[in-house]
Design a protein. Structure first.
Length: 182
C-alpha cells in the first residue's frame, strides 16, 4: 500500500469514528412524556449525573446547580424544527459545613417553586437529577396524532473540565419521540 492510500484509509477511519459520535460512558438523560388531565407531563432523570467530582464540589460548600432546558418540538419540512413550548428548570444545592445540612432549591423559569433543607445525600442526588411529571404545555395546543419530540439539555455548574472545547458546551442532551393520542 502506498503512503497516500494508507493516509486516506487512516483519515477515513478517523472520520467515521468521529462521525459515529463515540464517547466515553457517562451521564445520560432518560425522558418519559405522558398526557394526563389536559397537560403534557414529562418525567426525566440524569442517570449518573452526580459524579464524584460534583459530590466533592458540593461537600466543599461550593454552590452547585443543574440547569435543564426542556423543549417540546415538532419536526418541519424546513431547516429548523418548530418549538411549541419550553421550560428552564434549575435545581441547586449548597452544603453548610457548620450545620452539616444541605440547602436545596428548585426554580421553574426563574420562579422558586420549592426550597428545603436536608441532611440526606441521597435526597440531594434525587433533587438534582430526577424530575417527575413536569407540566410542559396544555394538550389543547397539540394536534391529534401529531408527531412531536421532547428535548432536554442538562448543564451543571460549576463545570469542572480543564480544557474548554469550542464545540462542546458541556451539556448532556436527551430526546424522546411522542405521538399525541388523546
Amino acid at each position: 500500500m502506498t503512503s497516500r492510500l494508507r493516509l486516506a484509509v487512516v483519515l477515513a477511519l478517523a472520520g467515521a469514528l468521529f462521525a459515529s459520535g463515540v464517547r466515553a460512558a457517562g451521564p445520560e438523560l432518560t425522558i418519559t412524556p405522558v398526557a394526563r388531565d389536559g397537560q403534557l407531563l414529562v418525567s426525566f432523570a440524569l442517570v449518573d449525573g452526580l459524579t464524584p467530582d460534583m459530590r466533592d464540589a458540593i461537600q466543599s460548600g461550593l454552590a452547585t446547580s443543574f440547569s435543564y432546558d426542556v423543549e417540546l418540538r415538532r419536526a418541519t419540512a424546513t431547516w429548523f424544527d418548530q418549538t411549541l413550548a419550553s421550560l428552564t428548570i434549575t435545581a441547586s444545592v449548597r452544603f453548610d459545613n457548620l450545620t452539616r445540612r444541605y440547602q436545596l432549591a428548585r426554580s421553574f423559569d426563574g420562579r422558586v417553586e420549592d426550597a428545603r433543607p436536608t441532611e440526606d445525600e441521597e435526597e440531594v442526588r434525587i433533587w438534582l437529577t430526577e424530575f417527575e411529571r413536569v407540566p410542559v404545555t396544555a394538550t389543547s395546543a397539540l394536534e391529534v396524532n401529531g408527531e412531536y419530540y421532547i428535548r432536554v439539555r442538562a448543564n451543571a455548574r460549576p463545570r469542572n473540565t480543564w480544557f474548554p472545547w469550542p464545540w462542546d458546551d458541556g451539556s448532556i442532551t436527551g430526546q424522546a419521540q411522542y405521538t399525541f393520542i388523546p
